[in-house]
Write a protein that binds this ligand. Structure first.
Ligand SMILES: NC(=O)c1ccc[n+]([C@@H]2O[C@H](COP(=O)([O-])OP(=O)(O)OC[C@H]3O[C@@H](n4cnc5c(N)ncnc54)[C@H](OP(=O)(O)O)[C@@H]3O)[C@@H](O)[C@H]2O)c1
Length: 363
């Protein structure tokens, strides 16, 4: 690799690192970082998109400029925008500051921008280089990309189980299977999600808090999916000072009298419960790029069947619960042939204390 390629790689990696600082705060926007060099190749500014509604990465970098940027270059992990949103188009700024080279990692999947930002830059006589660190940029913004392409939120299903594959005892007790380090890791994962979904039964049995324990402010939206609306009067999820809560229920199956049990601060939506994909679509419309599914076997199975889940996180505790009637992580998929079962590939395996953590996705 020649020196100039190494240098370009270094600055794009820096832009991606800066972008990642916005994790958990930019939705419905992507995570974007920008690095500006002067015409001699010296770093003169950088910035990142730190929160939805705040300036874009490029605008932050231009605001932080220490020297004249004309004749210089900019490195940005996503195609600069060319439309007027909450903030002015970044392409206009790049042109007006006299930038001569733009390094873009990936195109923006947003139809308002996709390819148009690059074209405007080229039309203005700017050299555009595309594709540096493409794999890393796709990984960083996979939820944003998924939501833009499918109209549905990127779903990650998480469950904890014993070494013999049980998620709880037959009396429903499942607290706590994993060690305190795994539980802290879950809090930290929650901080990178826009919403967390559970089913009505998990609310009734576990009364969870579903927060990141302050690691993310505001906390992710807590979502309860219920057919029956038969939810308790008292619940940790009804404390709206801690985090927002949304109850999604099936108007055709629920007893609406139960609505009286839910405090006014809780948001309510109606959707048919047969297809959990409608939840992923609803949450995407509400600006959630990604959703953490922390549900039990029934909803987890329905969510996978409906295509709501793109990644899986499994915590395996060195415990044996035993019993044919103990809870399995999933209900019946009704497979009758080994060729039909779900095939996964594991992308990460770690020891968390003496628990095992496995991250996988579908082939
Ligand atoms: N170890 C773990 O990782 C873990 C994680 C979560 C839960 N759990 C355990 O799992 C148990 C609860 O399991 P569960 O399977 O009943 O979980 P769940 O997460 O409560 O999901 C089932 C509930 O979701 C609602 N729902 C709405 N639409 C649905 C659909 N299309 N398909 C399925 N459910 C739908 C229903 O609520 P309504 O009944 O209100 O209508 C249903 O009872 C609890 O004992 C809990 O402790 C373990």
């Amino acid at each position: 690799m020649i020196d100039s390629d190494k240098r370009d790689l270094k600055w794009m990696k820096r832009a991606i690192f800066l972008a990642s600082l916005g994790k958990g705060r930019t939705s419905p926007n992507p995570m974007v970082g920008a690095v500006i060099l002067d015409k001699y190749g010296n770093l003169i500014s950088e910035g990142f998109h730190c929160k939805s509604g705040m300036p874009h990465a490029e605008a932050m970098a231009f605001k932080n400029l220490k020297k004249d940027a004309s004749g210089g270059s900019i490195y940005v992990n996503l195609e600069p925008c060319c439309h007027q949103g909450k903030t002015p188009p970044c392409v206009d700024q790049i042109i007006s500051f006299g930038i001569k080279k733009v390094y873009i990692s990936i195109e923006d999947p947003d139809k308002r921008v996709s390819g148009k930002g690059i074209k405007l830059l080229k039309d203005a006589g700017i050299k555009v280089h595309q594709g540096l660190c493409e794999r890393e940029s796709l990984e960083l913004n996979k939820s944003f990309i998924h939501r833009n392409i499918t109209g549905s939120a990127f779903g990650v299903l998480k469950w904890a189980m014993s070494l013999d594959g049980r998620v709880g005892l037959k009396n429903g007790k499942s607290k706590w299977l994993t060690n305190k380090y795994s539980r802290s890791l879950v809090h930290s994962y929650r901080s990178s999600f826009d919403a967390i979904v559970i089913g009505g039964n998990t609310l009734r049995k576990d009364n969870p808090l579903l927060t990141s324990r302050g690691l993310r402010q505001p906390e992710p939206l807590r979502v309860v999916f219920t057919k029956t609306l038969d939810l308790p009067k008292k619940s940790n999820l009804w404390d709206c000072n801690l985090a927002r809560t949304l109850v999604v229920y099936d108007a055709s199956k629920a007893n609406k009298n139960y609505l009286k049990r839910i405090p006014e601060c809780v948001e309510i939506e109606e959707i048919p419960s047969d297809n959990p994909k409608l939840i992923s679509n609803l949450l995407a419309k509400k600006g959630c790029n990604n959703v953490f599914w922390e549900c039990g076997p029934k909803l987890a199975t329905s969510a996978i069947k409906a295509g709501c889940i793109q990644e899986l996180m499994t915590f395996i505790a060195p415990k044996i619960l035993g019993g044919v009637c103990s809870m399995n992580p999933f209900a019946d998929f009704e497979f009758t042939d080994m060729n039909d079962v779900l095939n996964l590939k594991s992308s990460e395996i770690n020891l968390i204390g003496d628990d095992i953590f496995v991250k996988s996705d579908f082939y």
